[in-house]
Design a protein around this ligand. Structure first.
Ligand SMILES: Nc1ncnc2c1ncn2[C@@H]1O[C@H](COP(=O)(O)OP(=O)(O)O)[C@@H](O)[C@H]1O
Ligand SMILES: [Mg+2]
Length: 245
């Protein structure tokens, strides 16, 4: 479980997060919503260990251990997976090389080439990737849907305990959304915990989150169940204000 406690974060002297409390349990889907600029991606960058963000106060525990003291590669090895709002392209590094070195980094000397190939084949079939993708540059010239499926492929291959999905749902057609949702749900069934950051009801209606939280000006100002998604879709964010503002 990830336990975010009273987290205050700044970047370049600007205070962005003001006391965030949030738990991400294994086997659950937690949705984080909120207007642009409220601090959602800041939270995912902090979880990832992005060096520009400064922790002013508070802590993040991963299975009761101090996540914030770990370098990025250790976070991944301990089972944290981060998918990015704008998945980057790495021309010159093939999908195959990238996936193999990601898995090697996590499994260390338990890594088996034969096992990697076997698992990769199964997952690629499930995600409707043809084998010629393996030789292409990572995300190079991929469509929005293909990038997203590549992210899900990585997640299935690496089998994290907790995944943070910072979404732009745009660029995803309904079939891709359904495929992403089905794969995430399947992994949640085998104990993955997910924090999904999204604006839109569309993805959430397939994902069926267990909890919904709304961030506004660097704070969680509203928490509830799925009904909250509908409410936000109908009324926007203007009715949400921090209690003490
Ligand atoms: N590198 C940066 N320098 C200064 N301000 C930043 C930087 N990155 C983000 N911010 C500010 O932090 C706030 C929260 O941004 P962000 O976490 O991206 O919000 P969200 O993902 O909810 O749209 C915004 O006001 C944004 O301008
Ligand atoms: Mg964002």
């Amino acid at each position: 479980m990830i336990d975010i406690k009273n987290l205050y974060v700044s970047i370049k002297e600007n205070d962005i997060l003001h006391g965030v409390n949030l738990k991400i349990h294994q086997g659950k889907i937690i949705a984080l919503m909120g207007p642009n600029g409220s601090g959602k991606s800041t939270l995912s960058h902090v979880l990832m260990g992005h060096p520009d963000y400064k922790i002013e106060k508070g802590e993040i525990l991963f299975d009761k251990k101090n996540l914030l003291s770990w370098p990025v590669h250790k976070r991944a090895r301990q089972g944290l997976f981060l998918a990015f709002q704008y998945p980057y392209e790495i021309p010159g590094v093939s999908v195959w090389q990238f996936l193999q070195s990601s898995l090697q980094a996590i499994e260390g000397n338990k890594f088996s080439q034969a096992n990697f190939v076997k698992r990769l084949q199964t997952i690629m079939k499930d995600l409707h990737f043809s084998e010629n993708f393996l030789d292409r540059g990572l995300n190079e010239g991929f469509s929005g849907g293909e990038k997203k499926r590549m992210e899900i492929l990585q997640m299935r291959l690496l089998q994290p305990k907790i995944a943070i999905l910072d979404e732009t749902d745009s660029g995803l057609d309904i079939d891709a959304l359904k495929l992403v949702a089905a794969n995430v749900r399947k992994m949640v069934g085998s104990k993955l915990g997910v924090l999904v950051i999204t604006h839109y009801q569309r993805l959430l209606s397939y994902l069926q989150p267990d909890e919904v939280h709304v961030m506004y000006q660097g704070k969680i100002v509203k928490s509830g169940g799925r009904e909250l998604v509908k409410q936000l879709e109908r009324n926007g964010y203007s009715w949400i204000k921090p209690q003490n503002a």
